[in-house]
Design a protein around this ligand. Structure first.
Ligand code: NAD
Length: 487
């Protein structure tokens, strides 16, 4: 049983758990039951952020000289702690974010794996040596840490996204100020707590909770901040990018409007399964979630029939309910936004083929539940076909050819992830070249990315400066120095 006592949680600054300077807190609410308060968290202000930045700045000279194997040992120990506590942390994550508890557990375990991955990769991440014509000269590059890095993250993967930013930052010798989403501060605290209990020196990682409007600016504009790694909405990313100085390195992973193309030779059952899993898992709140289906005319009816059959088999419920595949939306803003787009779909003339309503009867009225929704007769210029919804809403667009499908797929501002369902190797191969997306899949869901492979978007889905994840994810956190030694 989860405790009903409301705990007060602290910031973590310079190795200590601390209240915010003004001692104000905010409530973190369970989206499956809005009367359940998960905890009270520090409503920090710029003075708290300044203190955290100063601590990170002071810790940098020493941490940057700690041997990579010692830094790796801390990451590995923190990974042990996450694994040992995976069940409890998963329950806490579900309580604050709403996703099914099995997904939460997988996320905690994946975060532990991410720490281990960078503990290994970071120890061999180094420069190159360049052959040259002078027999008495060696030319090589060194990779050095940047300094203090701001890590700003969303609520939808509230431990795995921070892990894939914080682990490469730390292993390469940077120090960190971390601001998690106010919808999921508890799991962020667990990650920092794991690093603390693993023996990370004071000031190397700092955590400040609070509203972006109170703490966000300084995390971007303070001269001590050498880099900002951000994941969230495109509008927030634009704001951060505009505020950052030209010498501050930025990495922005942003929104998406991800299509799946269903070709006329596709396995229709597979296509429907991939759409359901890509569009409705996490209640459609994945940046790579399937939001548009672009289907060839000849197979549209058979495909839509299968899609509705599979959607109607989905169990909706709070994340602790056995078999529940669709939980609540993460917060009230999300609920309002998703309902707004469902309304747009109706107003703009799409057909509601399945769902299309908020669920308010029985226990559902306690939380932010919306039916998984399928719109058909969607036209490419409708708002539901163009804009990110970030909820369980799929629009089906009918086309006559592969060429038209590609045109529609690319006719949005985003370019995060895209998939095609086909058995035709030539079409599959052409798709990988024609589609404008940072992640391109064939016969797989638009969602999901490997921890050891690069991840990031094109167009307005990313600043496309540096990729996250995989070995390449280390590049953002280091700068290159070229060294010529004559002897
Ligand atoms: P959000 O942009 O509202 O907030 C993300 C984080 O940034 C939060 O911690 C928030 O407090 C902070 N923030 C917001 N505005 C800020 C500002 N002006 N300055 C500094 N900090 C600011 O996003 P969200 O609602 O938490 O998450 C959903 C969005 O994230 C969706 O658009 C989704 O596509 C995107 N997302 C992208 C990826 C990816 O890898 N591309 C992954 C997950 C989520």
């Amino acid at each position: 049983m989860l405790s009903t006592k409301v705990e007060v949680y602290s910031n973590y600054i310079n190795g200590e758990w601390k209240e915010s300077i003004h001692k104000r807190t905010f409530e973190n609410i369970n989206p499956a039951d809005v009367e359940d308060v998960v905890g009270l968290f520090q409503a920090s202000n710029e003075q708290d952020v300044k203190e955290a930045i100063e601590a990170a700045k002071a810790a940098f000279p020493q941490w940057s000289k700690v041997s990579p194997s010692k830094r790796a040992a801390i990451l590995n120990k923190a990974a042990d702690i996450l694994e040992q506590n995976a069940e409890n942390y998963a329950e806490e994550l579900t309580r604050e974010e709403g996703k099914p508890v099995t997904d939460s557990k997988n996320e905690v375990l994946r975060s532990a794996q991410t720490l281990r991955f960078y503990a290994v990769e970071g120890q061999t991440f180094t420069g190159e040596t360049f052959p040259n014509d002078d027999p008495n000269m060696k030319v090589s590059t060194e990779r050095e840490p940047l300094g203090v890095v701001s890590v700003i993250t969303p609520w939808n993967f509230p431990i795995s996204i921070p892990s894939r930013k914080i682990a490469p930052a730390l292993i390469t010798g940077n120090t960190v100020v971390f601001k998690p989403s106010s919808d999921t501060p508890l799991i962020a605290i667990r990650l920092v707590e794991a690093l603390h209990n693993a023996g990370i020196p004071k000031g190397v990682i700092n955590l400040v909770t609070g509203k972006a409007s109170d703490v966000g600016d300084l995390l971007v504009t303070d001269p001590a901040i050498k880099a900002v790694t951000f994941t969230g909405s495109t509008s927030a990313g634009e704001d951060i990018y505009a505020k950052s100085s030209f010498t501050t390195r930025t990495q922005m992973e942003l929104g998406g409007k991800n299509p799946i193309i269903v070709m006329d030779d596709a396995d229709i059952d597979l296509a429907a399964t991939l759409t359901i899993n890509g569009g409705f898992s996490l209640s459609g709140q994945a940046c790579t979630g399937t939001s548009r289906v672009i289907v060839l005319k000849d197979v549209k009816d058979a495909y839509v029939e299968k899609l509705i059959e599979k959607a109607s088999a989905l169990k909706i419920g709070n994340g602790f309910e056995a078999g529940a595949k669709i939980g609540p939306l993460a917060n009230e803003k999300q609920l309002k936004n998703v309902l707004k787009y469902i309304q747009y779909g109706k107003e703009d003339g799409a057909t509601t083929a399945y769902g299309g309503e908020q669920i308010t009867e029985g226990d559902y009225k306690k939380g932010y539940y919306v039916q998984p929704t399928i719109f058909t007769n969607v036209k490419r210029d409708m708002r539901i076909a163009k804009e990110e919804i970030f909820g369980p809403v799929i629009g089906v667009i009918e086309v006559d050819s592969y060429e038209e499908a590609i045109k529609v797929a690319n006719d949005v501002e985003y370019g995060l992830s895209a998939s095609i369902v086909t058995n035709n190797l030539k079409v599959a191969q052409a798709f990988t070249k024609d589609i404008q997306a940072g992640t391109v899949k064939v016969n797989r869901t638009t969602t999901g990315n490997l921890m050891n492979a690069p991840f990031g978007g094109l167009k307005n889905s990313s600043t496309s400066t540096f990729r996250e994840s995989g070995r390449v994810g280390l590049e953002f956190f280091t700068q290159v120095k070229t060294v010529y030694i004559g002897y």
